[in-house]
Design a protein around this ligand. Structure first.
Ligand code: MG
Length: 203
């Protein structure tokens, strides 16, 4: 039996289901470090975690493979910048498969760089963005790739994403890590790795 969590509202987060690993509870960054393993420069403000100038990416101390990941985020107000320069971050499963975070509310960019895209690989099915300053959710179902002892790919990664409850990726097959300027290619990696959140110069 898993007791389901309650739904959130615009000003209050919902609760987690009973079997969840809570990576951030709105209070402290004890489950996170900088991407070099040292203390992160990200801070907690008003129950949210956010990057500071030149803070770099943030990394979970725990390591995860296949998972159901619930993420809550808000893109900044007042709105600044355009295209990829507006509320850009990203959820990096296993530190290398990026679900793009971007303020795409009345903001255009290239298709596979949109919010809910597998960055550089697959545009979202629809744009389900809420306005800047409103809390949004990603519910990500990730199946990690599997490699044999020699590093040969046995099974690719698959990903399904709901953005604010709307399907934006449906069991998409990843062909390797995400990147903006090179084709996908798998490099064998451990079965579990930290989750990382991108610092792209925006709050
Ligand atoms: Mg990004």
């Amino acid at each position: 039996v898993v007791t389901p969590g309650t739904a959130g509202t615009q000003d209050r987060a919902g609760t987690a289901p009973s079997d969840a690993v809570v990576l951030f509870d709105g209070k402290d960054l004890s489950n996170w470090s900088a991407d070099d393993g040292k203390k992160t420069k990200w801070v907690v403000e008003d129950g949210a975690m956010l990057p500071t100038k030149d803070s770099g990416m943030i990394r979970s101390k725990g390591e995860y493979g296949s998972c159901q990941l619930h993420v809550e985020f808000m893109t900044p107000t007042p709105v600044e910048g355009e295209g990829q320069g507006r509320g850009n971050s990203g959820v990096f499963l296993m530190g290398q498969y990026e679900v793009q975070v971007l303020d795409n509310y009345e903001n255009t960019t290239y298709p596979d760089g949109q919010a809910g895209a597998l960055y550089g690989r697959k545009p979202p099915l629809v744009n389900a963005c809420r306005k800047p300053g409103e809390w949004q959710t990603y519910d990500i179902i990730f199946e990690a790739p599997r490699f044999d002892a020699a590093g040969k790919l046995l099974r690719p990664a698959y990903i399904t994403i709901l953005h604010n409850g709307v399907l934006v990726q449906n069991h998409f097959e990843l062909l390797g890590a995400t990147a903006w300027d090179s084709p996908p290619k798998y490099t064998a990696h451990p079965a579990k790795l930290p989750i990382m959140l991108q610092f792209h110069g925006n709050p």
